[in-house]
Design a protein around this ligand. Structure first.
Ligand SMILES: [Zn+2]
Ligand SMILES: [Zn+2]
Length: 144
């Protein structure tokens, strides 16, 4: 009975499967991010309810949550992020682990790698960010 493990872990991409609000099944984290914002350009960072959200060129929004404490990444750093990320393309999305400074806490995270020409920027977000991606264009998702 390996069914449960297969359901929660993707061996192909070495990442967890996550539950998302729109479906009852678990989906591969890599595929989920790839299908929505993979290789897409960031066009805006919106600050709302004290949290920052990345907006991609295809209309998908990715709210930023801190991987260590699951708190929304605040609006102040959102401003900074916009300056850095605007126009950059999401090139890599990798499942990884982070560690608290006292090394007592280890937590899963999604490492997003952006690039624009020679400029590169990596940010660490919670898997919650991937779960909460939204966008108008997602209607009819999975069909051509
Ligand atoms: Zn996978
Ligand atoms: Zn934190």
């Amino acid at each position: 009975m390996s069914g449960l493990l297969d359901e929660l872990w993707c061996a192909e991409h070495n990442c967890p499967r996550i539950s998302i609000s729109t479906g009852e099944n678990y989906v591969c984290l890599f595929d989920h991010v790839n299908g929505r914002v993979g290789t897409c350009r960031v066009t805006d960072v919106v600050n709302d309810n004290d949290g920052a959200t990345l907006v991609f060129e295809n209309g998908v929004e990715l709210p930023l949550f801190c991987p260590c404490c699951e708190k929304e990444i605040d609006a102040t750093s959102g401003e900074e992020l916009l300056k850095e990320l605007n126009g950059m393309r999401l090139e890599t999305w990798v499942f990884a682990h982070g560690e608290s400074q006292d090394k007592k806490k280890r937590y899963p995270l999604l490492l997003l790698g952006f690039r624009n020409g020679r400029k590169k920027k990596e940010i660490e977000v919670s898997l919650t960010s991937a779960r909460r991606m939204t966008g108008k264009r997602l209607m009819g998702d999975g069909e051509n």
